[in-house]
Design a protein around this ligand. Sequence first.
Ligand code: SAH
Length: 421
Amino acid sequence: MLSADPLAAIPPPAERRLALRVTPAGQRALRTGHPWLFDQAITEQKGEGRPGDLAVIFDARRRFLAVGLYDPTSPIRVRVLQHGTPATIDRTWLCEKLAAAAAWRATLAESGTAAEGGTTGYRLVHGENDGLPGLVIDRYADVLVMKLYTAAWAPWLADLRAALAEVCPANCLVLRLSRDAQRRPEFLCGLDDGSVLVGALPDGAVRFSENGLRFEADVLRGQKTGFFFDQRDNRARAGKLAAGRRTLNVFAYTGGFSLYAARGGAPEVLSIDSSAPALAAAERNFALNRDLPAVAACRHTTLAADAFDALADLRRRGERFELVIVDPPAFAKREDEVAGALQSYGRLTELALGVLAPGGTLVMASCSSRVSAPDFFATVNRAAAQAGRPLREIDRTGHAIDHPIRFPEGAYLKCLFASVP
Ligand code: SAH
């Protein structure tokens, strides 16, 4: 009989582990617990491997340093699963990691239903920061979405699926693949971005709640895994600042910040995004929450446009808002893009202030991991001062609790709340 299991064709990782030795700098990084070993740090390698085979890393005196997933297709040659003491990496080990990740999110998992004000959509596994580098798992109520940032996880999918069924059961498990992972189809054995590994998901739209607000996300085609959970706390905070304020949400995606503003009492919200499908989802998300009087009373409009052009245009037309939220996509993925990214943050600050009424509140976020928090905050403040509207900072914040930070690159989200004269 033919097996319909999409994982059936994937070979398991090799029995034999590779052995690596590394430079002194590589050893130091691993001893501090860094999860990545770069190809240039490798001085000696015994054996060849496929993505996902296990590699053991030794120091100059042949002592165990770490074990991780080998990936010959990436400059991050090994993603470390365990530092310091040897471990058998198997289904049981994965269960332990998943249980620890789930325990960290217990307050969210136990927060109740939408009607109870609860949160049923959150990040269950945040890659490196949960000891599972290159792997993200988001929970959308009864649907889990697992995103691989490297093909090295492919040989482990059957074990991961079994471990999830044991530790964090769900009705449906969806696989998403990063662009890097998709680039190597020869290691994916027919798996696609959007393959369903458990259960069925006819159209990809899943419903979940966040702090009592109802949302729908397209987990098969949406950005990331379908929703940006990292902004949950910042959305809640923005919502508390929205009462009576005409609100502009720039880079709105599916209307996360917009809905919090509406519930918080904004009489009018304009959501701008370049993606028309995302804005259509924002409209549906408003419809899902019409039973909340403040959401029903809010006039929500959308504009599919480039944010830079739209802001300049709104300013020319004399439109003013008392709350402006700006949450752009990552502008810097590489080091040589950092200067350009800072320039864009400066320009966006200036444009946002151009439509911000006197005494209004500005919320500016950056999710570029390459841009440091001090550089981002300094750039926004400088641009505001140059525009003659120096900021009175209310708060500087980061990610929500389901995005723990366990290594420097894990601290990517920065958000500034400021009042502007
Ligand atoms: N604030 C959102 C997440 C924003 S993600 C939330 O809380 O869910 C960044 C968004 O910017 C994406 O929806 C993307 O479609 C949009 N985008 C990217 N470049 C853009 C541009 N030049 N103009 C307008 N929107 C853009």
